[in-house]
Design a protein around this ligand. Structure first.
Ligand code: ATP
Length: 337
């Protein structure tokens, strides 16, 4: 035995996502819709800290902290407990206290709950010393917990298929600048938006085809030309989200009037993402929206952002068996703190 170190607290930073393209296919027998989406992680982050505790608990702070459920419904808690159950026999797994610093709008279509779940999986893997848990297995557990979670482990820009859980990276160079608008007190339930989309399609006599990733969007992303990307942005859920929350049409119109290259509802909404050409345009648009748009939180962000990453950990000495470095699979992201 040699003296090693054991993590005592692990802090993980995780981005929110927007969908650059979202094609919704027919309803499947399992109740989900077949999707083809282009996920894009943006630099609006939650920070999740896990530490050993006598009991399981979750606490939330930050601009959206009050909206986060801190009981058994919290996806971060569900993720920690699921990982503990699956790996309990292989390592020293113990209850954790989870602290979420919440900046991603809650029920905003930016997958904030899924982001916290992804961060918790990465944090608990480190805290519990589950070095043997390969990324593939972590992704499988992630997919069983929620459609967006595998993407939030990866980050970047990626195509999601199935119900969104099958993720393939998109090669895209360069950055896109965004202004995000989240209406004050505005939330939308994802199942209700899908139901509204089905209702609107039925009323119009439309039968959805099998969803495909947009070729024009892929080409635009390869070139990373802002105006080409702007022209190719697409969300099949936008009409349904606007039908349930008409203020979204007002927000979209205000952003476009103020010079955004494009605007679209993020996922199931109600967050609206405006694409602009530079940081200067982003500042101008944020100022304009704050003065002339509907009331809401306005945040500037860039994408693509990296997925869940450990940014800080505190360790304490503990007698542990020495192992060669080669036994350790690489972390999902580099330790940058
Ligand atoms: P979806 O991923 O379903 O599209 P969303 O991105 O619109 O959802 P989330 O912020 O993930 O929105 O919240 C969806 C629901 O999940 C909310 O009703 C919220 O109460 C619940 N929830 C559970 N855990 C969390 C969490 N850690 N952070 C935010 N919301 C959570």
């Amino acid at each position: 035995m040699t003296l090693g170190t054991q993590a005592q607290t692990v802090t993980v930073r995780v981005p929110g996502k927007i969908n650059l393209g979202l094609s919704v296919g027919p309803l499947r027998e399992d109740g989900y819709h077949e999707l083809s989406t282009v996920y894009h992680a943006v630099s609006l982050y939650d920070t999740v800290t896990v530490q050993p505790s006598d009991s399981w608990s979750v606490h939330a702070s930050g601009p959206w902290g009050e909206e986060v459920p801190t009981d058994e419904r919290n996806l971060a808690l569900v993720a920690a407990r699921t990982l503990a159950k699956r790996r309990a026999r292989k390592a020293k797994v113990h209850p954790v206290r989870i602290d979420i610093d919440k900046h991603i709008p809650v029920a905003g279509g930016m997958a904030g709950g899924s982001a916290d779940a992804a961060a918790t999986l990465v944090g608990c893997r480190e805290l519990w010393g589950l070095d043997h848990l390969e990324n593939d297995l972590l992704e499988m557990i992630a997919a069983s917990l929620g459609s967006d979670i595998p993407f939030l482990l990866h980050g970047g820009t990626a195509i999601g298929s199935g119900r969104g859980e099958h993720v393939t990276s998109v090669l895209a160079r360069g950055e896109l600048h965004w202004v995000l608008w989240a209406g004050e007190g505005l939330t939308l339930s994802t199942p209700e938006v899908y139901a509204e989309c089905d209702r609107l399609r039925e009323a119009a006599g439309e039968t959805p085809a099998a969803p495909q990733p947009g070729g024009a969007l892929m080409t635009a992303l390869r070139r990373m030309d802002t105006d080409e990307v702007a022209a190719a942005l697409h969300n099949d859920l936008q009409e349904a989200a606007i039908s349930l929350q008409p203020v979204l049409a007002e927000a979209l119109a205000a952003g476009l009037d103020l010079g955004a290259r494009a605007g679209l509802v993020s996922g199931s909404g109600p967050t609206v993402a405006f694409l602009v050409g530079s940081q200067t345009e982003a500042i101008d648009l944020s100022v304009g929206l704050a003065a002339n748009g509907p009331t809401g939180d306005i945040v500037r962000a860039v994408g693509p952002a990296p997925g869940a990453q450990i940014i800080h950990q505190r360790t304490s000495p503990e007698p542990t068996r020495a192992r060669p470095d080669t036994d350790r699979p690489g972390p999902l992201g580099p330790v940058i703190g």
